[in-house]
Design a protein around this ligand. Structure first.
Ligand code: CA
Length: 231
């Protein structure tokens, strides 16, 4: 049974999270301050950490940095609407995903599934070279891509972007993270590169590029590859 650590000072949100997670048979640990949260994380080694960015003692970004010094545990941050900048900074610092308040139970569970899959992949390392989603098939050992049974030719950067998204499927990736992975650390401010190449990928792979099912935009943050739309 997976153990989830909630670090959040607002009691009503903690109560909602606790009730939702327990109803899905997760073990729940709670902390109302950053220092209490870090202590519990070290003692109990949770499978996922849900972290509020605004905490009374020190802020969530510091918690992420401290955790990342020794742990790869998935971190889902909680942020308020309009805090896009904080969210991006948190993701760049090593958080895995985010939920924007107010959020519902189904959204929370979708994020938990992605986070736990990430943990499982890390512990078993059973990655397969062929990935299929919808009518798209990618053979990563041969760098070949098909859409609806026709082979699709991708440029090296298009393939690099696709491959990075597949590696982190389900997770949101910031512009900066994508640029660093595909183009290199010197290009992390060239946000338009990602926009241009994402449009090309959608044109080549999505059935309806104007209404993408798989290559999703996270407004103000970055992109997410959704392998199971509506699932
Ligand atoms: Ca707070």
């Amino acid at each position: 049974m997976a153990c989830i650590l909630i670090i959040e000072d607002e009691l009503p949100i903690r109560r909602f999270l606790r009730a939702s997670l327990r109803s899905q048979h997760f073990t729940v640990l709670e902390a109302a301050t950053a220092s209490e949260g870090l202590q519990l994380a070290a003692q109990q080694q949770p499978d996922v950490v849900i972290l509020d960015l605004g905490l009374p003692d020190f802020d969530g970004l510091t918690v992420i940095e401290r955790l990342r010094e020794w742990s790869t545990v998935p971190i889902i941050i909680l942020s308020a609407r309009g805090q896009e900048h904080d969210k991006v900074q948190a993701l760049d610092s090593g958080a895995d995903d985010y939920l924007t308040k107010p959020f519902g139970m189904s959204e929370l569970m979708a994020r938990m599934r992605v986070a736990l899959r990430h943990t499982a992949q890390h512990s078993t390392a059973s990655a397969t070279p062929v990935v299929e989603f919808g009518a798209i098939r990618v053979d990563r050992s041969r760098r070949q891509v098909w859409a609806a049974d026709a082979e699709v030719h991708l440029t090296p950067n298009e393939y690099g972007l696709l491959s990075t998204l597949i590696e982190h499927a389900g997770k949101v990736l910031t512009h900066r993270q994508l640029l660093k992975a595909v183009w290199g650390p010197a290009y992390t401010n060239e946000h338009h590169y990602v926009r241009v190449y994402m449009r090309q990928l959608r044109n080549k792979l999505e059935a309806d590029p104007a209404r993408p099912q798989f290559f999703l935009t996270e407004p103000g943050v970055g992109y997410r590859l959704e392998l199971e739309p509506g699932g």
